[in-house]
Design a protein around this ligand. Sequence first.
Ligand SMILES: Cc1cc2nc3c(=O)[nH]c(=O)nc-3n(C[C@H](O)[C@H](O)[C@H](O)COP(=O)(O)OP(=O)(O)OC[C@H]3O[C@@H](n4cnc5c(N)ncnc54)[C@H](O)[C@@H]3O)c2cc1C
Length: 398
Amino acid sequence: MPAHDYDVIVVGGGLGGSALAKVMTDAGARVLVLEQEARFKDRVRGEFMPPWGVAEARRLGLEDALETCGCWVPHLEMGLSQPRDLVATTPHALPALGFSHPEMQEASLQAAATAGADVRREVTVIGVEPGEPPRVRFRNSGSAETLSARIVVASDGRNSAARKWAGFAVTRQAHPFLFAGVLLTGLAMPRDMAHYFLNPAVAMVVGLVYEGRDRFRAYLAYPTEGMERLQGEQTLPRFLEYSRRTTVFPNFYDGSLRCIGPLASFTCDEDWVEHPYSNGVALIGDAAATSDPAYGQGMSLTLRDVRTLSEALLGNSDWDSAGHDYAVEHQRYFSVIHTSCEWLRQIFQEQGPEADRRRAAAMPRIQEDPTRIPDHIISGPELPIDEGVRARFFGEPA
Ligand SMILES: Cc1cc2nc3c(=O)[nH]c(=O)nc-3n(C[C@H](O)[C@H](O)[C@H](O)COP(=O)(O)OP(=O)(O)OC[C@H]3O[C@@H](n4cnc5c(N)ncnc54)[C@H](O)[C@@H]3O)c2cc1C
Protein backbone atom coordinates (compact mmCIF):
# COMPACT_ATOMS: atom_id res chain seq x y z
CA MET A 1 0.00 0.00 0.00
CA PRO A 2 1.41 3.46 -0.87
CA ALA A 3 2.43 5.68 2.05
CA HIS A 4 0.02 8.47 2.94
CA ASP A 5 -0.20 11.23 5.54
CA TYR A 6 -3.84 10.59 6.57
CA ASP A 7 -6.49 7.94 5.95
CA VAL A 8 -9.00 10.60 4.88
CA ILE A 9 -8.51 14.24 3.88
CA VAL A 10 -11.79 16.15 3.74
CA VAL A 11 -12.01 19.32 1.65
CA GLY A 12 -14.59 21.63 3.26
CA GLY A 13 -15.96 21.59 6.80
CA GLY A 14 -19.66 22.20 6.11
CA LEU A 15 -22.31 19.67 7.13
CA GLY A 16 -21.03 16.97 4.76
CA GLY A 17 -17.33 17.29 5.52
CA SER A 18 -17.81 17.57 9.28
CA ALA A 19 -20.22 14.65 9.50
CA LEU A 20 -17.95 12.39 7.44
CA ALA A 21 -14.92 13.40 9.53
CA LYS A 22 -16.78 12.65 12.76
CA VAL A 23 -18.03 9.24 11.66
CA MET A 24 -14.71 8.09 10.19
CA THR A 25 -12.73 9.36 13.21
CA ASP A 26 -15.15 7.61 15.58
CA ALA A 27 -14.35 4.40 13.65
CA GLY A 28 -10.60 4.86 14.18
CA ALA A 29 -9.50 6.54 10.92
CA ARG A 30 -6.95 9.40 10.88
CA VAL A 31 -8.87 12.31 9.36
CA LEU A 32 -7.87 15.84 8.37
CA VAL A 33 -10.51 18.51 7.60
CA LEU A 34 -9.50 21.63 5.67
CA GLU A 35 -11.95 24.54 5.97
CA GLN A 36 -11.40 28.02 4.59
CA GLU A 37 -13.66 29.95 6.97
CA ALA A 38 -12.38 31.04 10.39
CA ARG A 39 -15.98 31.43 11.55
CA PHE A 40 -19.16 30.44 9.70
CA LYS A 41 -21.58 33.21 8.71
CA ASP A 42 -25.09 33.31 7.25
CA ARG A 43 -24.73 32.45 3.52
CA VAL A 44 -28.53 31.84 3.23
CA ARG A 45 -28.50 28.04 3.17
CA GLY A 46 -30.57 25.09 4.33
CA GLU A 47 -32.31 25.43 7.68
CA PHE A 48 -35.24 22.99 7.35
CA MET A 49 -34.42 19.31 7.71
CA PRO A 50 -37.36 16.97 7.00
CA PRO A 51 -37.90 13.78 9.03
CA TRP A 52 -35.90 11.58 6.65
CA GLY A 53 -32.86 13.83 7.13
CA VAL A 54 -33.37 13.78 10.90
CA ALA A 55 -33.33 9.97 10.69
CA GLU A 56 -30.00 10.15 8.84
CA ALA A 57 -28.60 12.55 11.47
CA ARG A 58 -29.72 10.17 14.22
CA ARG A 59 -27.97 7.22 12.58
CA LEU A 60 -24.75 9.25 12.33
CA GLY A 61 -24.90 10.37 15.99
CA LEU A 62 -25.35 14.03 14.98
CA GLU A 63 -28.94 14.65 16.09
CA ASP A 64 -27.98 16.23 19.44
CA ALA A 65 -25.48 18.60 17.80
CA LEU A 66 -28.14 19.75 15.32
CA GLU A 67 -30.82 20.16 17.97
CA THR A 68 -28.63 22.57 19.97
CA CYS A 69 -28.76 24.97 16.97
CA GLY A 70 -32.52 25.16 16.57
CA CYS A 71 -35.70 23.36 17.51
CA TRP A 72 -38.02 20.51 16.65
CA VAL A 73 -40.76 21.13 14.09
CA PRO A 74 -43.54 18.59 14.73
CA HIS A 75 -46.07 19.90 12.18
CA LEU A 76 -46.11 20.89 8.52
CA GLU A 77 -48.71 23.33 7.14
CA MET A 78 -49.22 23.10 3.37
CA GLY A 79 -52.63 24.74 3.23
CA LEU A 80 -54.19 21.43 2.17
CA SER A 81 -56.35 20.42 5.16
CA GLN A 82 -55.15 20.27 8.77
CA PRO A 83 -51.44 20.86 9.49
CA ARG A 84 -49.71 17.51 9.11
CA ASP A 85 -48.48 15.70 12.22
CA LEU A 86 -45.05 14.55 11.02
CA VAL A 87 -44.41 12.02 13.79
CA ALA A 88 -47.74 10.31 13.16
CA THR A 89 -47.48 10.30 9.37
CA THR A 90 -43.87 9.49 8.46
CA PRO A 91 -42.17 6.07 8.29
CA HIS A 92 -39.42 7.20 10.68
CA ALA A 93 -42.01 8.61 13.14
CA LEU A 94 -39.87 11.73 13.60
CA PRO A 95 -40.47 15.49 13.54
CA ALA A 96 -38.51 17.85 11.29
CA LEU A 97 -35.77 20.16 12.59
CA GLY A 98 -35.30 23.89 12.02
CA PHE A 99 -31.89 25.36 12.85
CA SER A 100 -29.42 28.12 12.12
CA HIS A 101 -27.13 26.87 9.33
CA PRO A 102 -23.94 28.64 10.51
CA GLU A 103 -24.51 27.47 14.09
CA MET A 104 -25.10 23.95 12.76
CA GLN A 105 -21.79 24.16 10.84
CA GLU A 106 -19.92 25.23 13.99
CA ALA A 107 -21.54 22.43 16.03
CA SER A 108 -20.86 19.75 13.37
CA LEU A 109 -17.24 20.77 12.92
CA GLN A 110 -16.81 20.85 16.69
CA ALA A 111 -18.26 17.31 16.85
CA ALA A 112 -15.60 16.19 14.34
CA ALA A 113 -12.83 17.86 16.36
CA THR A 114 -14.14 16.39 19.62
CA ALA A 115 -14.12 12.94 18.02
CA GLY A 116 -10.39 13.49 17.32
CA ALA A 117 -10.25 14.68 13.69
CA ASP A 118 -7.52 17.22 12.86
CA VAL A 119 -9.45 20.35 11.89
CA ARG A 120 -7.57 23.17 10.20
CA ARG A 121 -9.42 26.41 9.56
CA GLU A 122 -8.53 29.47 7.52
CA VAL A 123 -6.91 27.02 5.11
CA THR A 124 -7.77 27.23 1.40
CA VAL A 125 -7.49 24.14 -0.75
CA ILE A 126 -5.94 25.08 -4.10
CA GLY A 127 -5.65 21.71 -5.80
CA VAL A 128 -6.72 18.06 -5.68
CA GLU A 129 -4.71 15.42 -7.53
CA PRO A 130 -6.36 12.03 -7.99
CA GLY A 131 -4.10 8.98 -7.92
CA GLU A 132 -2.51 6.43 -5.64
CA PRO A 133 -2.37 8.09 -3.21
CA PRO A 134 -4.51 11.15 -3.98
CA ARG A 135 -3.09 14.48 -2.80
CA VAL A 136 -4.44 17.83 -1.64
CA ARG A 137 -2.63 21.15 -2.01
CA PHE A 138 -3.63 23.98 0.28
CA ARG A 139 -2.55 27.41 1.36
CA ASN A 140 -2.30 28.47 4.96
CA SER A 141 -1.21 32.03 5.88
CA GLY A 142 0.70 32.42 2.63
CA SER A 143 2.59 29.12 2.68
CA ALA A 144 1.53 26.15 0.52
CA GLU A 145 1.50 22.52 1.65
CA THR A 146 0.66 19.17 0.03
CA LEU A 147 -0.58 16.10 1.90
CA SER A 148 -1.72 12.65 0.75
CA ALA A 149 -4.40 10.25 1.97
CA ARG A 150 -5.93 6.85 1.25
CA ILE A 151 -8.98 8.78 0.05
CA VAL A 152 -9.76 12.46 -0.50
CA VAL A 153 -13.37 13.45 0.11
CA ALA A 154 -14.44 16.69 -1.57
CA SER A 155 -17.34 18.34 0.26
CA ASP A 156 -16.69 21.89 -0.86
CA GLY A 157 -20.26 22.78 -1.74
CA ARG A 158 -22.35 23.85 -4.74
CA ASN A 159 -19.51 25.63 -6.54
CA SER A 160 -17.04 22.82 -5.89
CA ALA A 161 -13.61 23.53 -7.36
CA ALA A 162 -12.33 20.16 -6.13
CA ARG A 163 -14.57 18.23 -8.52
CA LYS A 164 -13.16 20.28 -11.42
CA TRP A 165 -9.55 19.71 -10.34
CA ALA A 166 -10.28 15.98 -10.02
CA GLY A 167 -11.73 15.89 -13.55
CA PHE A 168 -15.37 14.95 -12.86
CA ALA A 169 -17.93 15.69 -15.59
CA VAL A 170 -20.94 17.63 -14.29
CA THR A 171 -24.47 17.27 -15.65
CA ARG A 172 -26.62 20.40 -15.36
CA GLN A 173 -30.39 20.73 -15.51
CA ALA A 174 -31.52 24.36 -15.60
CA HIS A 175 -34.85 25.44 -14.08
CA PRO A 176 -36.40 28.87 -14.76
CA PHE A 177 -36.71 29.72 -11.06
CA LEU A 178 -34.73 31.51 -8.37
CA PHE A 179 -34.77 30.70 -4.67
CA ALA A 180 -34.47 33.55 -2.19
CA GLY A 181 -34.00 33.37 1.55
CA VAL A 182 -33.80 35.80 4.45
CA LEU A 183 -33.71 35.56 8.25
CA LEU A 184 -36.60 37.38 9.93
CA THR A 185 -37.74 38.04 13.46
CA GLY A 186 -41.23 38.80 14.78
CA LEU A 187 -43.39 36.75 12.37
CA ALA A 188 -46.98 36.08 13.44
CA MET A 189 -46.72 32.34 12.79
CA PRO A 190 -47.14 29.27 15.04
CA ARG A 191 -43.68 28.11 16.09
CA ASP A 192 -44.32 24.39 16.20
CA MET A 193 -44.81 24.03 12.47
CA ALA A 194 -43.11 24.68 9.18
CA HIS A 195 -45.13 26.37 6.48
CA TYR A 196 -44.59 25.22 2.90
CA PHE A 197 -46.99 26.39 0.22
CA LEU A 198 -46.78 25.66 -3.50
CA ASN A 199 -48.95 28.01 -5.54
CA PRO A 200 -49.14 27.14 -9.26
CA ALA A 201 -51.31 30.21 -10.00
CA VAL A 202 -48.28 32.47 -9.41
CA ALA A 203 -45.55 29.82 -10.03
CA MET A 204 -44.14 30.55 -6.58
CA VAL A 205 -43.34 28.54 -3.47
CA VAL A 206 -43.02 29.87 0.09
CA GLY A 207 -41.30 28.19 2.99
CA LEU A 208 -41.16 29.37 6.59
CA VAL A 209 -39.45 27.61 9.44
CA TYR A 210 -38.95 28.62 13.05
CA GLU A 211 -35.44 27.96 14.30
CA GLY A 212 -35.55 29.18 17.92
CA ARG A 213 -34.74 32.49 19.66
CA ASP A 214 -37.42 34.37 17.69
CA ARG A 215 -35.71 33.63 14.36
CA PHE A 216 -37.59 32.48 11.27
CA ARG A 217 -36.03 31.48 7.98
CA ALA A 218 -38.25 32.66 5.13
CA TYR A 219 -37.79 31.25 1.63
CA LEU A 220 -39.41 32.11 -1.68
CA ALA A 221 -39.02 30.37 -5.06
CA TYR A 222 -40.09 32.60 -7.95
CA PRO A 223 -39.80 32.62 -11.76
CA THR A 224 -36.63 34.06 -13.25
CA GLU A 225 -38.39 35.70 -16.14
CA GLY A 226 -40.07 39.06 -15.73
CA MET A 227 -39.38 39.38 -12.01
CA GLU A 228 -36.92 41.51 -10.12
CA ARG A 229 -33.94 39.61 -8.67
CA LEU A 230 -34.30 39.57 -4.89
CA GLN A 231 -30.88 40.41 -3.55
CA GLY A 232 -30.02 42.67 -0.61
CA GLU A 233 -32.12 43.98 2.27
CA GLN A 234 -33.58 46.76 0.09
CA THR A 235 -35.57 44.05 -1.76
CA LEU A 236 -37.31 42.85 1.44
CA PRO A 237 -40.58 44.74 0.70
CA ARG A 238 -40.79 42.95 -2.67
CA PHE A 239 -39.88 39.59 -1.06
CA LEU A 240 -42.75 40.06 1.41
CA GLU A 241 -45.16 41.21 -1.30
CA TYR A 242 -44.47 38.09 -3.43
CA SER A 243 -44.68 35.87 -0.35
CA ARG A 244 -48.04 37.28 0.75
CA ARG A 245 -49.32 36.87 -2.80
CA THR A 246 -48.28 33.20 -2.81
CA THR A 247 -49.51 31.80 0.49
CA VAL A 248 -53.03 31.31 1.82
CA PHE A 249 -51.66 32.61 5.16
CA PRO A 250 -50.49 36.17 4.32
CA ASN A 251 -51.12 37.14 7.96
CA PHE A 252 -48.04 35.09 8.96
CA TYR A 253 -45.98 38.02 7.65
CA ASP A 254 -47.74 40.48 9.98
CA GLY A 255 -46.43 41.40 13.41
CA SER A 256 -43.28 43.30 14.28
CA LEU A 257 -41.38 41.69 11.43
CA ARG A 258 -37.71 42.66 10.97
CA CYS A 259 -34.85 41.47 8.81
CA ILE A 260 -31.90 40.08 10.86
CA GLY A 261 -29.70 38.55 8.16
CA PRO A 262 -28.72 38.90 4.51
CA LEU A 263 -31.32 38.47 1.77
CA ALA A 264 -29.98 36.53 -1.22
CA SER A 265 -31.30 34.45 -4.10
CA PHE A 266 -29.81 31.50 -5.97
CA THR A 267 -30.64 29.57 -9.11
CA CYS A 268 -32.70 26.41 -8.74
CA ASP A 269 -30.53 24.65 -11.33
CA GLU A 270 -29.42 21.15 -10.47
CA ASP A 271 -25.82 19.98 -10.98
CA TRP A 272 -24.74 16.41 -10.41
CA VAL A 273 -21.96 13.96 -11.13
CA GLU A 274 -23.26 10.59 -12.36
CA HIS A 275 -20.55 8.57 -10.61
CA PRO A 276 -19.06 10.69 -7.77
CA TYR A 277 -15.95 8.59 -7.15
CA SER A 278 -12.82 8.29 -9.25
CA ASN A 279 -9.20 7.40 -8.65
CA GLY A 280 -9.02 8.08 -4.92
CA VAL A 281 -11.41 11.06 -4.83
CA ALA A 282 -15.05 10.89 -3.64
CA LEU A 283 -17.55 13.76 -3.83
CA ILE A 284 -20.26 14.20 -1.20
CA GLY A 285 -23.00 16.74 -0.46
CA ASP A 286 -23.58 19.57 -2.90
CA ALA A 287 -20.24 18.81 -4.61
CA ALA A 288 -21.73 15.46 -5.70
CA ALA A 289 -25.24 16.71 -6.44
CA THR A 290 -26.84 20.11 -5.93
CA SER A 291 -30.58 19.57 -5.76
CA ASP A 292 -33.24 22.23 -6.34
CA PRO A 293 -33.21 24.20 -3.04
CA ALA A 294 -36.95 24.88 -3.33
CA TYR A 295 -37.58 21.28 -2.22
CA GLY A 296 -35.24 21.35 0.81
CA GLN A 297 -33.41 18.06 0.15
CA GLY A 298 -29.76 19.13 0.16
CA MET A 299 -28.84 18.49 3.79
CA SER A 300 -30.68 15.16 3.98
CA LEU A 301 -28.99 13.97 0.79
CA THR A 302 -25.66 15.17 2.21
CA LEU A 303 -26.10 13.10 5.37
CA ARG A 304 -27.19 10.13 3.27
CA ASP A 305 -23.94 10.50 1.31
CA VAL A 306 -22.00 10.50 4.56
CA ARG A 307 -23.70 7.32 5.74
CA THR A 308 -23.34 5.55 2.41
CA LEU A 309 -19.69 6.45 1.89
CA SER A 310 -18.63 5.77 5.47
CA GLU A 311 -20.39 2.38 5.55
CA ALA A 312 -18.76 1.43 2.25
CA LEU A 313 -15.28 2.43 3.50
CA LEU A 314 -15.67 0.76 6.88
CA GLY A 315 -17.01 -2.45 5.33
CA ASN A 316 -14.31 -2.96 2.68
CA SER A 317 -10.53 -2.77 3.08
CA ASP A 318 -10.26 -2.02 -0.67
CA TRP A 319 -11.20 1.68 -0.58
CA ASP A 320 -11.13 2.05 -4.34
CA SER A 321 -13.81 -0.61 -4.66
CA ALA A 322 -15.73 0.94 -1.71
CA GLY A 323 -15.63 4.34 -3.46
CA HIS A 324 -17.21 2.85 -6.57
CA ASP A 325 -19.90 1.10 -4.49
CA TYR A 326 -20.75 4.46 -2.90
CA ALA A 327 -20.99 6.15 -6.29
CA VAL A 328 -23.42 3.54 -7.66
CA GLU A 329 -25.67 3.77 -4.61
CA HIS A 330 -25.49 7.60 -4.68
CA GLN A 331 -26.87 7.66 -8.19
CA ARG A 332 -29.77 5.40 -7.11
CA TYR A 333 -31.07 7.48 -4.21
CA PHE A 334 -30.29 10.84 -5.80
CA SER A 335 -32.31 9.78 -8.88
CA VAL A 336 -35.33 8.99 -6.70
CA ILE A 337 -35.30 12.44 -5.06
CA HIS A 338 -34.52 14.12 -8.37
CA THR A 339 -37.46 12.41 -10.12
CA SER A 340 -39.88 13.15 -7.31
CA CYS A 341 -38.91 16.86 -7.33
CA GLU A 342 -39.29 16.93 -11.11
CA TRP A 343 -42.87 15.73 -10.76
CA LEU A 344 -43.62 18.33 -8.05
CA ARG A 345 -42.19 21.06 -10.28
CA GLN A 346 -44.33 19.89 -13.23
CA ILE A 347 -47.54 20.07 -11.21
CA PHE A 348 -46.90 23.01 -8.90
CA GLN A 349 -44.50 25.39 -10.62
CA GLU A 350 -44.33 25.00 -14.40
CA GLN A 351 -46.40 27.38 -16.53
CA GLY A 352 -48.02 27.12 -19.98
CA PRO A 353 -50.82 25.16 -21.65
CA GLU A 354 -49.24 21.73 -21.10
CA ALA A 355 -48.74 22.45 -17.39
CA ASP A 356 -52.33 23.77 -17.12
CA ARG A 357 -53.62 20.56 -18.74
CA ARG A 358 -51.65 18.46 -16.21
CA ARG A 359 -53.01 20.52 -13.32
CA ALA A 360 -56.61 20.27 -14.54
CA ALA A 361 -56.33 16.48 -14.22
CA ALA A 362 -54.27 16.41 -11.02
CA MET A 363 -55.43 19.22 -8.72
CA PRO A 364 -59.07 18.22 -8.05
CA ARG A 365 -57.95 14.73 -7.07
CA ILE A 366 -55.10 16.08 -4.90
CA GLN A 367 -57.52 18.39 -3.09
CA GLU A 368 -59.75 15.37 -2.34
CA ASP A 369 -56.81 13.24 -1.28
CA PRO A 370 -53.48 14.99 -0.51
CA THR A 371 -51.75 11.61 -0.07
CA ARG A 372 -51.56 11.52 -3.88
CA ILE A 373 -48.59 13.92 -3.58
CA PRO A 374 -45.39 11.84 -3.61
CA ASP A 375 -43.86 12.10 -0.15
CA HIS A 376 -40.16 11.50 -0.90
CA ILE A 377 -39.15 15.03 0.12
CA ILE A 378 -40.51 14.37 3.62
CA SER A 379 -40.09 10.60 3.96
CA GLY A 380 -37.00 9.92 1.85
CA PRO A 381 -35.78 7.94 -1.14
CA GLU A 382 -36.82 4.51 0.15
CA LEU A 383 -40.48 5.18 -0.72
CA PRO A 384 -41.53 3.41 -3.93
CA ILE A 385 -41.22 5.44 -7.10
CA ASP A 386 -42.65 4.08 -10.31
CA GLU A 387 -45.19 4.79 -13.04
CA GLY A 388 -48.08 3.98 -10.67
CA VAL A 389 -46.93 6.66 -8.20
CA ARG A 390 -46.57 9.19 -11.01
CA ALA A 391 -49.96 8.39 -12.57
CA ARG A 392 -51.72 8.65 -9.19
CA PHE A 393 -50.17 12.10 -8.60
CA PHE A 394 -50.92 13.33 -12.12
CA GLY A 395 -54.53 12.12 -11.88
CA GLU A 396 -54.07 9.74 -14.79
CA PRO A 397 -55.51 6.24 -15.12
CA ALA A 398 -53.00 3.76 -13.58
C1 LIG B 1 -31.10 29.28 -0.61
C2 LIG B 1 -30.90 27.85 -0.22
C3 LIG B 1 -31.80 27.25 0.63
C4 LIG B 1 -31.64 25.91 0.99
N1 LIG B 1 -32.57 25.35 1.82
C5 LIG B 1 -32.41 24.06 2.19
C6 LIG B 1 -33.30 23.49 3.15
O1 LIG B 1 -34.21 24.12 3.68
N2 LIG B 1 -33.09 22.19 3.51
C7 LIG B 1 -32.04 21.45 3.00
O2 LIG B 1 -31.91 20.28 3.34
N3 LIG B 1 -31.17 22.00 2.12
C8 LIG B 1 -31.31 23.27 1.72
N4 LIG B 1 -30.38 23.85 0.90
C9 LIG B 1 -29.20 23.06 0.48
C10 LIG B 1 -28.16 22.92 1.62
O3 LIG B 1 -27.82 24.20 2.13
C11 LIG B 1 -26.93 22.23 1.07
O4 LIG B 1 -27.33 21.03 0.44
C12 LIG B 1 -25.92 21.88 2.16
O5 LIG B 1 -25.51 23.03 2.84
C13 LIG B 1 -24.72 21.16 1.52
O6 LIG B 1 -23.72 20.93 2.48
P1 LIG B 1 -22.23 20.69 2.02
O7 LIG B 1 -21.48 20.33 3.26
O8 LIG B 1 -22.20 19.77 0.87
O9 LIG B 1 -21.74 22.11 1.43
P2 LIG B 1 -21.55 23.53 2.12
O10 LIG B 1 -22.50 23.72 3.24
O11 LIG B 1 -21.55 24.54 1.03
O12 LIG B 1 -20.08 23.43 2.76
C14 LIG B 1 -18.93 23.52 1.97
C15 LIG B 1 -17.77 23.99 2.83
O13 LIG B 1 -16.57 23.93 2.07
C16 LIG B 1 -15.80 25.08 2.33
N5 LIG B 1 -14.92 25.28 1.17
C17 LIG B 1 -15.30 25.54 -0.10
N6 LIG B 1 -14.22 25.65 -0.90
C18 LIG B 1 -13.14 25.46 -0.10
C19 LIG B 1 -11.74 25.45 -0.34
N7 LIG B 1 -11.23 25.66 -1.56
N8 LIG B 1 -10.90 25.24 0.70
C20 LIG B 1 -11.39 25.02 1.94
N9 LIG B 1 -12.70 25.02 2.23
C21 LIG B 1 -13.58 25.22 1.22
C22 LIG B 1 -16.82 26.19 2.54
O14 LIG B 1 -16.31 27.27 3.28
C23 LIG B 1 -17.94 25.44 3.29
O15 LIG B 1 -17.79 25.50 4.69
C24 LIG B 1 -30.53 25.18 0.50
C25 LIG B 1 -29.60 25.78 -0.35
C26 LIG B 1 -29.78 27.11 -0.72
C27 LIG B 1 -28.79 27.75 -1.65
